[in-house]
Design a protein around this ligand. Structure first.
Ligand SMILES: *Cc1c(COP(=O)(O)O)cnc(C)c1O
Length: 432
């Protein structure tokens, strides 16, 4: 594979952009390669600056559920841009997208638009603190909620202790207000509520974890979380930045039939433009400025071009409910290919899937939380990733990310991917 142009651009970029990228995982560091610079994408295919074409399973890390450059979305964006790209004043489009979200997700009665998932999470946490008058929050190990200070926190030494910063620059004082327990661990969850339930403003969770690879929730885990948050007057926040409009049109809360107090969105609701949103019951959302005392604002919030892309995307998803069955069926074909090919070549593999989200971990034990996820063989992942890329399959360059199947992936795309997988796993089995 010729990657002369990508390599040249990466070298230029490294000089003026930290690490050569504007978001760390793009740098291909964990697989030891040079990132591909993208020229264009359409449907399921992405083309790099050297003219290599790949079947893309990154989908911009989630937003592109309809595939790239979907005609209706591009048209809507063009039309909106011709009317001006930003006004800093309200538009009808904001109501339209808010209505689509509220109609799809019954627990959301009011919604506030922002410009990224990080911003939405940060604002939802401030709102939960303003509403409850409490400071502490609880998160789960391996869940990602964007890069705001209070959430770049990992568990301290010993379970059930207060958090410590997971990045330079995060004050230890912030981290002290973030508690962390293991995902899917009902005992730890119950224990932390007994210890600190009355001090918690919020519990935030990815209802399907997608940032340690895909890890489905034990349904009892989400139910217990709902019960305990009600009992102790704690706001339950579902971070549906990946799962919203992905695992079903009503998100993970519709899929598992559990209603949180607040929900955070991003990715799909912007149709590939920078959008985030948070919403919930009126009594809570009414606390946000200018109606209430919790301050939150944004120059580009509800941007008309971004709203147009989101509206076009959600309208297609709404009027074609078969899309969810279709992408889940294709992801299931892919899942079968991983499981079958792993068995065929004796490659230890643990595959998790929820709808169109899946991950194949290079470990034989089931992956149910962060500790079991990090047992995966990342060296083997890097070899597999490289092999797939050389054969024209573009996956996320990390073991701990999801494979995103879109409505633009054809059955033939999946078959081609399965053939590449066979060839890559065969090569891996020879190396041992
Ligand atoms: C991507 C993501 C975020 C952060 O969204 P950005 O738009 O990247 O700031 C937050 N939560 C989850 C679950 C995510 O996957």
């Amino acid at each position: 594979m010729d990657n002369t142009n990508s390599t040249e651009l990466f070298n230029k970029a490294k000089d003026i952009i930290p690490g050569g990228v504007n978001s760390p995982v793009r740098a291909f560091k964990s697989v030891g390669l040079t990132p591909l610079f993208v020229k264009k994408a359409r449907g399921s295919r992405i083309t790099d600056v050297d003219g290599n074409v790949f079947i893309d399973y990154v989908g911009s890390w989630g937003p592109m559920i309809l595939g790239h450059a979907r005609e209706e979305v591009v048209k809507a964006v063009k039309k909106a841009a011709e009317y001006g790209t930003s006004y800093g004043a309200p538009t009808e489009k904001e109501i339209e997208l808010a209505q689509l979200i509220c109609d799809a997700v019954p627990s959301v009665e009011m919604v506030r638009m922002v410009s990224s998932g990080t911003e939405a999470v940060m604002s939802a946490i401030r709102l939960a603190r303003g509403f409850t008058g409490r400071d502490k929050i609880l998160k789960f190990e391996g869940c990602y909620h964007g890069h705001s200070d209070g959430l770049l926190v990992k568990a301290g030494s010993g379970a059930l202790t207060t958090g410590v910063p997971d990045s330079a620059g995060v004050p230890a004082d912030y981290a002290r207000n973030t508690l962390t327990v293991a995902y899917n661990d009902l005992n730890e969850l119950e224990q932390i509520f007994i210890n600190s339930g009355n001090e918690l403003a919020a519990v935030i969770v990815e209802p399907v974890a997608g940032n340690m690879g895909v890890v489905p929730p034990n349904v009892g885990f989400l139910k217990l979380m709902r019960e305990l948050t009600r009992k102790y007057g704690v706001i339950l926040i579902f971070d549906e930045v990946i799962t919203g409009f992905r695992v079903s049109y009503g998100g993970a809360q519709g899929y598992y039939n559990i209603e949180p107090d607040l929900t955070v969105f991003g990715k799909i609701i912007g149709g590939g433009m920078p959008v985030g949103a948070y919403g919930g019951r009126k009594e809570i959302m009414g606390m946000i400025s200018p109606s209430g005392p919790v301050y939150q604002a944004g120059t580009l919030s509800g941007n008309p071009v971004a709203m147009a892309a989101g509206i076009a995307t959600l309208k297609i998803l709404k009027s074609n409910n078969g899309i969810y069955e279709d992408i889940a069926a294709k992801a299931q074909l892919l899942e079968k290919a991983y499981v079958g090919t792993g068995k065929k070549y004796g490659i230890a593999l643990s595959v998790n899937r929820v709808g169109s989200l899946l991950s194949a971990f290079f470990t034989e034990k089931p992956v149910t939380d962060y500790k079991s996820a990090v047992k995966a063989d990342t060296k083997r992942f890097a070899a597999y990733f490289t092999g797939m890329l050389e054969r024209g399959i573009y996956m996320a360059p990390s073991q701990f990310e999801a494979i995103f199947v879109s409505n633009a992936h054809s059955t033939e795309d999946i078959e081609i991917t399965a053939q590449c997988l066979d060839s890559v796993f065969q090569a891996l089995s020879c190396e041992r």
